[in-house]
Write a protein that binds this ligand. Structure first.
Ligand SMILES: *Cc1c(COP(=O)(O)O)cnc(C)c1O
Length: 387
Protein backbone atom coordinates (compact mmCIF):
# COMPACT_ATOMS: atom_id res chain seq x y z
CA UNK A 1 0.00 0.00 0.00
CA UNK A 2 1.14 3.53 -0.73
CA UNK A 3 2.50 5.39 2.26
CA UNK A 4 -0.58 7.47 3.07
CA UNK A 5 -1.02 9.61 6.17
CA UNK A 6 -3.05 8.00 8.92
CA UNK A 7 -5.97 10.40 8.31
CA UNK A 8 -6.15 9.09 4.75
CA UNK A 9 -5.82 5.45 5.82
CA UNK A 10 -9.04 5.94 7.84
CA UNK A 11 -10.83 6.55 4.49
CA UNK A 12 -9.40 3.69 2.40
CA UNK A 13 -11.27 0.68 1.06
CA UNK A 14 -10.13 -2.80 0.16
CA UNK A 15 -10.24 -2.41 -3.63
CA UNK A 16 -10.34 -6.20 -4.13
CA UNK A 17 -13.97 -6.23 -2.95
CA UNK A 18 -15.39 -3.04 -4.48
CA UNK A 19 -19.16 -2.88 -4.48
CA UNK A 20 -20.33 -3.69 -8.02
CA UNK A 21 -22.55 -0.56 -8.18
CA UNK A 22 -19.92 1.76 -6.76
CA UNK A 23 -21.67 2.35 -3.42
CA UNK A 24 -19.39 4.70 -1.51
CA UNK A 25 -20.65 3.57 1.86
CA UNK A 26 -19.81 -0.11 1.77
CA UNK A 27 -23.05 -2.17 1.96
CA UNK A 28 -24.06 -4.43 4.82
CA UNK A 29 -23.90 -7.93 3.38
CA UNK A 30 -26.55 -9.36 5.67
CA UNK A 31 -26.26 -12.97 4.59
CA UNK A 32 -25.31 -16.21 6.32
CA UNK A 33 -24.06 -17.95 3.20
CA UNK A 34 -22.85 -17.33 -0.38
CA UNK A 35 -23.86 -19.26 -3.50
CA UNK A 36 -21.14 -20.95 -5.56
CA UNK A 37 -21.29 -20.72 -9.34
CA UNK A 38 -20.03 -24.29 -9.71
CA UNK A 39 -17.62 -26.74 -8.17
CA UNK A 40 -14.42 -24.93 -7.23
CA UNK A 41 -15.94 -21.55 -8.16
CA UNK A 42 -16.27 -19.82 -4.79
CA UNK A 43 -16.39 -16.00 -4.89
CA UNK A 44 -13.95 -16.06 -1.99
CA UNK A 45 -16.88 -15.85 0.40
CA UNK A 46 -18.47 -19.08 1.61
CA UNK A 47 -20.10 -18.63 5.00
CA UNK A 48 -20.27 -15.55 7.20
CA UNK A 49 -18.70 -17.22 10.26
CA UNK A 50 -15.55 -17.46 8.12
CA UNK A 51 -15.71 -14.46 5.78
CA UNK A 52 -18.08 -11.61 4.99
CA UNK A 53 -17.48 -8.65 2.63
CA UNK A 54 -18.57 -5.95 5.11
CA UNK A 55 -16.40 -7.46 7.81
CA UNK A 56 -13.51 -7.78 5.37
CA UNK A 57 -13.69 -4.05 4.60
CA UNK A 58 -13.48 -3.36 8.30
CA UNK A 59 -10.63 -5.82 8.81
CA UNK A 60 -8.76 -4.18 5.96
CA UNK A 61 -9.14 -0.78 7.65
CA UNK A 62 -7.93 -2.00 11.04
CA UNK A 63 -5.03 -4.02 9.58
CA UNK A 64 -3.96 -0.93 7.58
CA UNK A 65 -4.20 1.37 10.60
CA UNK A 66 -2.12 -1.02 12.75
CA UNK A 67 0.40 -1.92 10.03
CA UNK A 68 -0.55 -5.60 10.24
CA UNK A 69 -0.98 -8.19 7.49
CA UNK A 70 -4.40 -9.15 8.86
CA UNK A 71 -6.95 -8.01 11.42
CA UNK A 72 -9.62 -10.37 12.71
CA UNK A 73 -12.90 -8.73 13.75
CA UNK A 74 -14.62 -10.32 16.75
CA UNK A 75 -17.99 -9.86 18.42
CA UNK A 76 -16.28 -8.14 21.38
CA UNK A 77 -12.87 -7.21 22.72
CA UNK A 78 -13.12 -10.12 25.16
CA UNK A 79 -13.89 -12.53 22.29
CA UNK A 80 -10.68 -11.36 20.58
CA UNK A 81 -8.62 -11.88 23.74
CA UNK A 82 -10.25 -15.28 24.32
CA UNK A 83 -9.35 -16.41 20.80
CA UNK A 84 -5.74 -15.25 21.21
CA UNK A 85 -5.49 -17.25 24.43
CA UNK A 86 -6.46 -20.35 22.40
CA UNK A 87 -3.02 -20.11 20.79
CA UNK A 88 -1.64 -21.56 24.04
CA UNK A 89 -1.78 -25.11 25.40
CA UNK A 90 -2.09 -26.62 28.88
CA UNK A 91 1.25 -26.20 30.64
CA UNK A 92 2.09 -22.89 28.96
CA UNK A 93 3.04 -19.90 31.11
CA UNK A 94 2.42 -16.20 30.50
CA UNK A 95 3.75 -13.08 32.20
CA UNK A 96 1.03 -10.43 32.47
CA UNK A 97 1.21 -6.83 33.58
CA UNK A 98 -0.28 -6.06 36.99
CA UNK A 99 -2.57 -3.26 35.82
CA UNK A 100 -4.98 -4.56 33.17
CA UNK A 101 -8.59 -4.27 32.10
CA UNK A 102 -10.60 -6.14 34.76
CA UNK A 103 -12.27 -8.42 32.22
CA UNK A 104 -8.89 -9.65 31.00
CA UNK A 105 -7.83 -10.47 34.57
CA UNK A 106 -11.10 -12.39 35.03
CA UNK A 107 -10.55 -14.33 31.80
CA UNK A 108 -7.02 -15.35 32.80
CA UNK A 109 -7.96 -16.32 36.37
CA UNK A 110 -11.37 -17.90 35.93
CA UNK A 111 -11.21 -19.50 32.46
CA UNK A 112 -7.65 -19.85 31.17
CA UNK A 113 -6.18 -21.20 34.43
CA UNK A 114 -8.84 -23.90 34.56
CA UNK A 115 -7.71 -24.87 31.04
CA UNK A 116 -4.12 -25.40 32.18
CA UNK A 117 -2.40 -22.06 31.56
CA UNK A 118 -0.42 -20.40 34.33
CA UNK A 119 0.22 -16.70 34.84
CA UNK A 120 2.73 -14.58 36.69
CA UNK A 121 1.55 -11.05 37.38
CA UNK A 122 4.14 -8.32 37.68
CA UNK A 123 4.51 -4.59 37.26
CA UNK A 124 6.47 -4.50 34.01
CA UNK A 125 7.78 -1.04 34.87
CA UNK A 126 8.89 -1.56 38.44
CA UNK A 127 9.46 -5.30 38.98
CA UNK A 128 12.32 -7.31 37.50
CA UNK A 129 10.28 -9.20 34.90
CA UNK A 130 13.45 -10.74 33.40
CA UNK A 131 13.75 -13.11 36.36
CA UNK A 132 10.17 -14.35 35.80
CA UNK A 133 10.72 -16.11 32.48
CA UNK A 134 10.48 -19.89 32.66
CA UNK A 135 11.22 -22.69 30.22
CA UNK A 136 7.51 -22.72 29.29
CA UNK A 137 6.90 -18.95 29.09
CA UNK A 138 5.10 -18.36 25.80
CA UNK A 139 4.00 -14.74 25.99
CA UNK A 140 4.06 -11.40 27.78
CA UNK A 141 0.77 -9.52 27.87
CA UNK A 142 0.23 -5.83 28.59
CA UNK A 143 -1.60 -2.57 28.00
CA UNK A 144 0.16 0.78 27.72
CA UNK A 145 -0.95 3.16 29.07
CA UNK A 146 -2.69 0.86 31.55
CA UNK A 147 -6.27 0.89 32.72
CA UNK A 148 -6.85 2.78 34.98
CA UNK A 149 -3.45 3.74 36.41
CA UNK A 150 -1.96 4.96 33.10
CA UNK A 151 1.40 3.22 33.60
CA UNK A 152 3.53 3.37 30.48
CA UNK A 153 5.76 0.57 29.23
CA UNK A 154 8.54 0.93 26.66
CA UNK A 155 7.27 -1.52 24.04
CA UNK A 156 10.43 -1.86 21.93
CA UNK A 157 12.69 -2.47 24.93
CA UNK A 158 10.29 -5.12 26.18
CA UNK A 159 9.90 -6.71 22.72
CA UNK A 160 13.62 -7.26 22.46
CA UNK A 161 13.74 -9.14 25.77
CA UNK A 162 10.58 -11.15 25.06
CA UNK A 163 11.83 -12.26 21.64
CA UNK A 164 15.25 -13.18 23.04
CA UNK A 165 13.32 -15.67 25.23
CA UNK A 166 11.34 -16.99 22.26
CA UNK A 167 8.00 -15.71 23.55
CA UNK A 168 5.27 -13.56 21.96
CA UNK A 169 4.52 -9.97 22.91
CA UNK A 170 0.80 -9.19 23.08
CA UNK A 171 -0.35 -5.58 23.48
CA UNK A 172 -3.91 -4.41 24.14
CA UNK A 173 -3.87 -1.05 22.33
CA UNK A 174 -7.46 -0.03 23.15
CA UNK A 175 -6.60 3.10 25.16
CA UNK A 176 -4.67 4.95 22.45
CA UNK A 177 -6.25 3.39 19.35
CA UNK A 178 -4.12 2.89 16.23
CA UNK A 179 -4.37 6.62 15.62
CA UNK A 180 -1.87 7.34 18.39
CA UNK A 181 0.14 4.12 18.73
CA UNK A 182 1.12 1.11 16.61
CA UNK A 183 2.64 -1.64 18.80
CA UNK A 184 3.34 -3.95 15.83
CA UNK A 185 5.84 -1.44 14.45
CA UNK A 186 7.49 -1.31 17.90
CA UNK A 187 8.01 -5.09 18.02
CA UNK A 188 4.72 -6.52 19.34
CA UNK A 189 3.48 -9.74 17.71
CA UNK A 190 -0.23 -9.38 18.39
CA UNK A 191 -2.25 -6.21 18.93
CA UNK A 192 -5.66 -6.39 20.56
CA UNK A 193 -8.48 -3.87 20.56
CA UNK A 194 -11.83 -3.44 22.11
CA UNK A 195 -13.43 -1.93 19.00
CA UNK A 196 -16.28 -0.91 21.29
CA UNK A 197 -14.14 1.99 22.44
CA UNK A 198 -12.31 4.58 20.27
CA UNK A 199 -12.48 2.64 16.98
CA UNK A 200 -16.29 2.44 17.08
CA UNK A 201 -16.33 5.72 18.93
CA UNK A 202 -20.06 6.20 19.49
CA UNK A 203 -21.04 3.92 22.39
CA UNK A 204 -23.40 2.11 20.02
CA UNK A 205 -21.86 -1.29 19.37
CA UNK A 206 -19.54 -3.97 20.78
CA UNK A 207 -16.62 -5.37 18.81
CA UNK A 208 -13.00 -6.45 19.08
CA UNK A 209 -9.86 -7.05 17.01
CA UNK A 210 -6.69 -9.11 16.95
CA UNK A 211 -4.07 -7.81 14.52
CA UNK A 212 -0.93 -9.68 13.44
CA UNK A 213 2.04 -9.18 11.14
CA UNK A 214 3.23 -12.79 10.80
CA UNK A 215 1.68 -15.18 8.29
CA UNK A 216 2.02 -18.38 10.34
CA UNK A 217 0.48 -16.73 13.41
CA UNK A 218 -2.32 -15.35 11.24
CA UNK A 219 -3.12 -18.83 9.90
CA UNK A 220 -3.33 -20.26 13.41
CA UNK A 221 -5.61 -17.42 14.52
CA UNK A 222 -7.83 -17.71 11.44
CA UNK A 223 -8.24 -21.41 12.23
CA UNK A 224 -9.30 -20.61 15.82
CA UNK A 225 -11.57 -17.87 14.44
CA UNK A 226 -13.55 -20.07 12.07
CA UNK A 227 -13.66 -22.91 14.58
CA UNK A 228 -14.83 -21.02 17.67
CA UNK A 229 -17.14 -18.65 15.76
CA UNK A 230 -17.08 -15.27 17.51
CA UNK A 231 -16.89 -13.22 14.31
CA UNK A 232 -18.41 -9.72 14.19
CA UNK A 233 -21.82 -9.45 12.51
CA UNK A 234 -22.18 -7.59 9.18
CA UNK A 235 -24.23 -4.79 10.75
CA UNK A 236 -21.76 -4.23 13.59
CA UNK A 237 -18.94 -4.33 11.04
CA UNK A 238 -20.67 -1.50 9.20
CA UNK A 239 -20.96 0.57 12.39
CA UNK A 240 -17.31 -0.01 13.29
CA UNK A 241 -16.21 0.97 9.79
CA UNK A 242 -18.32 4.11 9.97
CA UNK A 243 -16.70 4.97 13.29
CA UNK A 244 -13.21 4.58 11.83
CA UNK A 245 -13.93 7.18 9.12
CA UNK A 246 -13.85 9.92 11.80
CA UNK A 247 -11.19 8.37 14.08
CA UNK A 248 -8.57 11.04 13.41
CA UNK A 249 -10.74 14.07 14.17
CA UNK A 250 -12.31 12.43 17.21
CA UNK A 251 -8.96 11.42 18.72
CA UNK A 252 -7.45 14.87 18.21
CA UNK A 253 -10.39 16.69 19.74
CA UNK A 254 -10.80 14.29 22.67
CA UNK A 255 -7.10 14.54 23.46
CA UNK A 256 -7.26 18.34 23.42
CA UNK A 257 -10.16 18.22 25.89
CA UNK A 258 -8.37 15.67 28.09
CA UNK A 259 -5.34 17.92 28.48
CA UNK A 260 -7.55 20.89 29.42
CA UNK A 261 -9.37 18.78 32.02
CA UNK A 262 -6.10 17.45 33.42
CA UNK A 263 -4.77 21.00 33.77
CA UNK A 264 -7.95 22.11 35.54
CA UNK A 265 -8.00 19.12 37.92
CA UNK A 266 -4.36 19.73 38.83
CA UNK A 267 -5.24 23.17 40.18
CA UNK A 268 -8.33 22.16 42.17
CA UNK A 269 -7.86 21.58 45.92
CA UNK A 270 -10.43 18.71 46.00
CA UNK A 271 -8.13 16.67 43.77
CA UNK A 272 -5.20 14.84 45.36
CA UNK A 273 -3.75 13.26 42.22
CA UNK A 274 -4.09 13.59 38.42
CA UNK A 275 -2.71 10.82 36.23
CA UNK A 276 -2.56 11.78 32.55
CA UNK A 277 0.44 10.76 30.44
CA UNK A 278 0.24 14.03 28.49
CA UNK A 279 1.37 15.95 31.59
CA UNK A 280 5.15 16.39 31.47
CA UNK A 281 5.45 15.29 35.12
CA UNK A 282 3.93 11.86 34.30
CA UNK A 283 6.69 9.22 34.64
CA UNK A 284 5.81 7.76 31.24
CA UNK A 285 5.76 11.09 29.38
CA UNK A 286 9.15 10.70 27.65
CA UNK A 287 8.49 7.07 26.61
CA UNK A 288 5.11 8.10 25.21
CA UNK A 289 6.76 10.88 23.19
CA UNK A 290 9.09 8.27 21.71
CA UNK A 291 6.60 5.47 20.96
CA UNK A 292 3.25 7.21 20.39
CA UNK A 293 1.93 10.11 18.34
CA UNK A 294 -0.22 11.35 21.20
CA UNK A 295 -1.34 10.80 24.79
CA UNK A 296 -4.98 9.87 24.32
CA UNK A 297 -8.15 10.96 26.06
CA UNK A 298 -8.16 8.79 29.20
CA UNK A 299 -7.29 10.26 32.54
CA UNK A 300 -7.51 9.12 36.13
CA UNK A 301 -7.78 11.32 39.20
CA UNK A 302 -8.05 10.88 42.93
CA UNK A 303 -10.19 13.09 45.13
CA UNK A 304 -9.90 13.85 48.84
CA UNK A 305 -12.65 11.54 50.12
CA UNK A 306 -14.98 8.69 49.27
CA UNK A 307 -17.93 10.94 50.19
CA UNK A 308 -16.87 13.34 47.47
CA UNK A 309 -16.74 10.44 44.97
CA UNK A 310 -20.34 9.55 45.82
CA UNK A 311 -21.40 13.17 45.48
CA UNK A 312 -19.69 13.60 42.12
CA UNK A 313 -21.24 10.44 40.67
CA UNK A 314 -24.69 11.62 41.71
CA UNK A 315 -24.40 15.28 40.78
CA UNK A 316 -22.64 15.53 37.42
CA UNK A 317 -25.11 16.85 34.84
CA UNK A 318 -23.23 16.57 31.56
CA UNK A 319 -20.75 13.77 32.21
CA UNK A 320 -22.35 10.32 32.34
CA UNK A 321 -21.56 7.88 35.13
CA UNK A 322 -21.15 4.78 32.97
CA UNK A 323 -18.80 1.94 32.20
CA UNK A 324 -16.89 1.97 28.88
CA UNK A 325 -14.83 4.63 27.13
CA UNK A 326 -13.82 6.06 23.80
CA UNK A 327 -17.16 7.47 22.62
CA UNK A 328 -18.25 10.98 21.73
CA UNK A 329 -19.75 11.62 25.20
CA UNK A 330 -17.57 12.04 28.27
CA UNK A 331 -17.94 9.19 30.78
CA UNK A 332 -16.82 8.89 34.37
CA UNK A 333 -16.10 5.45 35.80
CA UNK A 334 -15.51 4.24 39.33
CA UNK A 335 -12.99 1.45 38.70
CA UNK A 336 -13.27 -0.22 42.10
CA UNK A 337 -16.97 -1.08 41.69
CA UNK A 338 -17.14 -1.20 37.87
CA UNK A 339 -14.31 -2.24 35.52
CA UNK A 340 -12.15 -3.67 38.31
CA UNK A 341 -14.81 -5.20 40.57
CA UNK A 342 -13.46 -8.74 40.00
CA UNK A 343 -9.78 -7.92 40.47
CA UNK A 344 -8.35 -9.48 43.69
CA UNK A 345 -8.00 -6.91 46.50
CA UNK A 346 -4.25 -7.40 47.00
CA UNK A 347 -3.71 -6.56 43.33
CA UNK A 348 -5.97 -3.49 43.57
CA UNK A 349 -3.95 -2.26 46.52
CA UNK A 350 -0.64 -2.95 44.80
CA UNK A 351 -1.79 -0.90 41.81
CA UNK A 352 -3.12 1.98 43.92
CA UNK A 353 -6.76 1.49 42.85
CA UNK A 354 -8.58 2.85 45.89
CA UNK A 355 -12.05 4.15 46.78
CA UNK A 356 -11.10 7.75 45.95
CA UNK A 357 -10.07 7.01 42.36
CA UNK A 358 -12.15 8.02 39.33
CA UNK A 359 -11.49 7.55 35.62
CA UNK A 360 -12.59 9.88 32.83
CA UNK A 361 -13.00 9.00 29.18
CA UNK A 362 -13.03 12.45 27.68
CA UNK A 363 -15.37 13.05 24.76
CA UNK A 364 -16.08 15.80 22.27
CA UNK A 365 -18.10 18.33 24.28
CA UNK A 366 -16.79 21.84 24.88
CA UNK A 367 -13.94 21.60 27.40
CA UNK A 368 -15.30 24.63 29.33
CA UNK A 369 -18.63 22.85 29.84
CA UNK A 370 -16.93 19.69 31.11
CA UNK A 371 -14.79 21.70 33.53
CA UNK A 372 -17.85 23.63 34.69
CA UNK A 373 -19.72 20.34 35.30
CA UNK A 374 -17.00 19.02 37.60
CA UNK A 375 -16.55 22.41 39.29
CA UNK A 376 -20.27 22.60 40.11
CA UNK A 377 -20.19 19.15 41.68
CA UNK A 378 -17.23 20.20 43.86
CA UNK A 379 -19.03 23.42 44.84
CA UNK A 380 -22.30 21.75 45.76
CA UNK A 381 -20.31 19.24 47.85
CA UNK A 382 -18.63 22.08 49.74
CA UNK A 383 -21.95 23.81 50.38
CA UNK A 384 -23.33 20.73 52.21
CA UNK A 385 -19.95 19.78 53.78
CA UNK A 386 -18.43 23.06 54.95
CA UNK A 387 -14.75 22.78 55.89
C1 LIG B 1 -13.31 -2.65 27.13
C2 LIG B 1 -11.95 -3.23 27.11
C3 LIG B 1 -11.75 -4.58 26.78
C4 LIG B 1 -12.92 -5.53 26.53
O1 LIG B 1 -13.60 -5.19 25.36
P1 LIG B 1 -15.18 -5.48 25.13
O2 LIG B 1 -15.41 -4.93 23.78
O3 LIG B 1 -15.93 -4.78 26.21
O4 LIG B 1 -15.35 -6.96 25.21
C5 LIG B 1 -10.45 -5.04 26.72
N1 LIG B 1 -9.40 -4.23 26.99
C6 LIG B 1 -9.56 -2.93 27.31
C7 LIG B 1 -8.37 -2.09 27.59
C8 LIG B 1 -10.83 -2.39 27.38
O5 LIG B 1 -10.99 -1.11 27.71
Amino acid sequence: MKDYSIETVCQLNDESIRDQWGALSFPIYQTATFAHRGLGESTGFDYTRMQNPTRQQLEYAVASLEHGIDALAFSSGMAAITAVMELFSPGDHLIVDADLYGGSVRLFNEINKKNGLSFTTCDLNRDDYRSLFRENTRAVYLETPTNPMMNVTDISALAEEVHRRGALLIVDNTFLSPYFQNPLTLGADIVLHSGTKFLGGHHDTIGGFAVVKDKALDERLRFIYKTTGAGLSPFDSFLLLRGIRTLSVRMERAQENALKLAEFLKTDPHVTKVIYPGLSEHPGYEIMKKQSRGFGAMLTFEVESEELVKHILKNLKLIYFAESLGGTETLITYPITQTHADVPSDLLEKNGINRRLLRLSVGLEGAEDLIEDIKSAFESFDSVNPK
